[in-house]
Write a protein that binds this ligand. Structure first.
Ligand code: MD6
Ligand code: FE
Length: 180
């Protein structure tokens, strides 16, 4: 938590705009050599934070180690993340179904860490259509997302307000990626 607070102090949380012109309800920031951003021109990874003009804060070693160990345990021993998206949710926040395809090499998995309030993860197929599985994600859950499932559509259902003991009515999700 102190590491996350330091990241958020250097690279403030913000609601990015999608290429379609809508503000995302998830507030996000990044740490690591690369950070994911969205604006009217599209989605991409950048080495600097467009808000501050400075490099994204470094990825704290305990976090990159956690991601490496989780990926290893799931059969991806070579995972060395260069980007970590920090997503913040408040009650009502949602993340619509999407594929993560802005990374260079889909052979690398994504490692997702959930903190604080629980959420319902929507786990869909390789096409957007169809009803996704609803998978609860609780504080401390780690998901390794790779292999044949790497390009599945997924999202987060509108967050219910069930305050967690750590941060109250908030959810944080960290996704570690190998972007370059
Ligand atoms: C979230 N997660 O849990 C959003 N993407 O808040 C994602 O969009 C995600 O958890 C790729 C892989 C794992 C994920
Ligand atoms: Fe995603």
């Amino acid at each position: 938590m102190p590491a996350l607070q330091a990241i958020e102090a250097a690279a403030p949380l913000r609601n990015m705009v999608t290429p379609g012109g809508l503000a995302m309800s998830v507030a996000l920031t990044n740490c690591g050599a690369l950070g994911w951003t969205s604006d009217r021109r599209g989605y991409r990874y950048t080495a600097t934070d467009p808000l501050t003009g400075k490099p994204w804060p470094a990825m704290p070693a305990p976090l990159s180690q956690l991601a490496h160990e989780a990926a290893s345990a799931a059969g991806f021993p070579d995972f060395d993340p260069d980007a970590c998206l920090v997503n913040h949710y408040l009650p009502g926040t949602r993340l619509s179904l999407h594929q993560d395809k802005d990374e260079r090499d889909y052979a690398h998995p994504i490692v997702s860490v959930s903190l604080d309030m629980s959420a319902t993860f929507l786990f869909g197929g390789l096409q957007r259509a169809g009803r996704p599985l609803h998978v609860p994600l609780h504080h401390g859950d780690v998901v390794v997302w790779g292999g044949v499932d790497r390009l599945r559509y997924h999202g987060i259902a509108p967050l219910a307000d069930a305050p967690h003991s750590l941060l109250g009515s908030r959810r944080i999700n960290l996704t570690f990626r190998r972007a370059a």
